[in-house]
Unconditional design. Structure first.
Length: 109
């Protein structure tokens, strides 16, 4: 084979390899799937961080309840809705949530 034919074949082979690689990167298992996995990983890491903060808060709260008698008393009184003699409790009605406006009936004649 002559060198020009050999160069043309090598160029065609590399072009085909490049086209195949480009099609694979743009396909459903390519870059879009990779970007989706990165987003999913980021969301899961945020959820894990939130859960870790919640666990830390609850762990600290348990320690405070174990060590502080006034915290225990406040928690018991809150859960059982108990009052000391002479205390007054005010129970306020819940605020209604913003209701969506009712649909207006069309005028019929």
């Amino acid at each position: 084979m002559t060198s020009s034919v050999r160069r043309a074949l090598i160029l065609i082979v590399f072009a085909l390899i490049g086209a195949y690689g480009l099609s694979e990167l743009r396909g459903p298992q390519g870059l879009p799937a990779l970007r989706e996995k990165w987003n999913e990983i980021r969301q899961l890491e945020e959820a894990n961080a939130n859960l870790q903060r919640e666990n830390d808060y609850r762990r600290d709260r348990i320690k405070r309840l174990e060590s502080d008698r006034s915290e225990q008393e406040l928690e018991i009184r809150k859960e059982l809705k108990l009052l000391r003699p002479g205390e007054t409790s005010f129970i306020l009605p819940e605020q209604p949530k913003a209701a969506s406006p009712s649909p207006v009936a069309p005028n019929s004649k």
